[in-house]
Design a protein around this ligand. Structure first.
Ligand code: TRP
Ligand code: MN
Length: 446
């Protein structure tokens, strides 16, 4: 017999990676406050995303998921949100036009505020202080005071997520994301790069197609062209926050985690009998699960059976993150195991997290060619196995940062310090993101 699920039943299971909130009363008051606030998304939207993901599973659409490693409260501004949205729209246009497939656009945005850490503490000089766990938990400044988990930050995170969501809805529905504006998303600092020029060329083709439609009398003032569908996602790490935003849909009676459209479980918190799997099995959102090199295939199968007992299409996305050197070893056996069970999953590739290393300058970085190589292997392996490479998952920003090495302008180690901004993992910059989109478009077209 399955145990009864409630939005609180996870509390009876061990939850890894939870902050040690010093004041239990303050914590309870914070989650209680959030539980009275309006949801950030509504169930109908979540179901629409699930239906699109079901198409990705069959190769009739492609999932593009991306955004910051960790969102920064101080970057909750219209320009910062717009820059991230822009680069995702550009990538989506490239993948749709050059790749010939509808693209499901999912941001790591409007709630990506909590981070799992490999160590509870870190050394700063001689001082041992608690690790930074994301803006919803503590502050990145390297002082003991800044690192004390503060539950009021969860409330602030809710409001920041709501403000982000609001401007995203405005941009995507209000004309900013209209295909007529495809040129306008290309940023000044990208325009004169090889990738910027390739993008301009593609944008001209789209503009010409729209012009043609108008010439022959087709109405182009329609939502398919004027509005972009865009969804939000984050790692659902802080289960108290997620529970507080979990609501029962009045039309179906089903429970949805209304903090975002899609949520994922991290590689470090996906224990079969852990709190995260317990929480996720009861909400009806599309769920992602990260799978890294340290997995047990038997356990993965059991988790999938628990998370998706009805084998519903679009429910589960497996986001593999093996690294370029390990993908050949780990991906084929995993694919075969899943296939032999008949499990329906969207296969997505996170080529970021398995390819992180420390540069000669001491910066945490990733190399463009390694990222591309893991993606290429991911596609080749799926084709060889007869399964569908259904999507990609990136850490990226629209800004002109220097956090990952390589790419068209071949950023070298010594240049990393020029504009290294991230609080957490290194992100692709706008140019590197476009370049990857062009390369992936070639792959999905074939
Ligand atoms: N409405 C479609 C979509 O969201 C087409 C579209 C409109 C679009 N604006 C876009 C696609 C911007 C990519 C980027 O997919
Ligand atoms: Mn990361």
């Amino acid at each position: 017999m399955e145990r009864q699920w409630t939005k609180s039943s996870w509390q009876d299971f061990p939850a890894l990676q939870q902050p040690k909130w010093p004041d239990k009363g303050a914590y309870n008051a914070a989650v209680e406050e959030i539980s009275r606030m309006p949801p950030l998304v509504f169930a109908g939207e979540v179901r629409a995303l699930k239906a699109m993901l079901a198409k990705a599973e069959e190769g009739r659409a492609f999932l593009l998921q991306g955004g910051d490693c960790a969102e920064d409260f101080s970057q909750c501004t219209a320009p910062a949100i717009r820059e991230t949205l822009k680069v995702i729209l550009q990538m989506a246009v490239i993948l749709t036009y050059a790749g010939g497939k509808p693209v499901i656009k999912v941001g790591r945005i409007a709630g990506q505020y909590a981070k799992p850490r490999s160590s509870d503490t870190e050394k700063v000089g001689d001082l041992e202080i608690p690790s930074y766990r994301g803006d919803m938990v503590n502050s990145p400044e390297p002082t003991p005071e800044a690192r004390v988990p503060d539950p009021r930050r969860m409330v602030e995170g809710y409001y920041k997520a709501a403000a982000t969501m609001n401007i995203l809805r405005a941009f995507t529905r209000g004309g900013y994301a209209a295909l007529h504006r495809v040129h306008a998303w290309n940023q000044e600092f990208v325009k004169n790069s090889p990738m910027g020029r390739s993008y301009e060329r593609l944008a001209r083709h789209i503009a010409a197609a729209l012009k043609f439609m108008e010439c022959i009398g087709l109405d182009t003032d329609i939502p398919q062209l004027n509005q972009a569908s865009f969804f939000t996602s984050h790692e659902a790490l802080l289960l108290g926050y997620e529970e507080a935003l979990t609501r029962q849909d009045s039309t179906t009676g089903d429970w949805y985690d209304c903090s975002a459209h899609m949520l994922w479980i991290g590689d470090r918190t996906r224990q079969l009998d852990g709190a995260h799997v317990e929480f996720f099995r009861g909400v009806h959102n599309p769920i992602g699960m990260k799978v890294g090199p340290n997995h047990d295939i038997g356990e993965i199968k059991q988790i999938i059976a628990r998370l998706n007992p009805q084998n519903e299409p679009g429910r589960l996305t497996l986001i593999t993150r093996f690294g370029k050197d390990k993908v050949e070893k780990h991906l084929p056996p995993l694919i075969r195991a899943i296939k032999s069970e008949g499990f329906r999953v969207v296969w997505s590739c996170d080529p970021m997290h398995g390819n992180t290393y420390t540069a000669s300058t001491g910066h945490k970085t990733r190399n463009f060619d390694d990222i591309l190589q893991e993606i290429q292997c991911f596609f080749e392996i799926h084709w060889a196995e007869g399964t569908v490479p259904g999507g990609v998952h990136f850490e990226l920003t629209g800004d002109n940062v220097t956090e990952c090495t390589g790419g068209g302008r071949n950023i070298v180690d010594e240049e990393l310090l020029r504009n290294y901004q991230t609080n957490c993992d290194p992100r692709l910059n706008a140019e590197q993101s476009l370049e990857l989109a062009f390369r992936i478009a070639e792959m999905i077209r074939s």
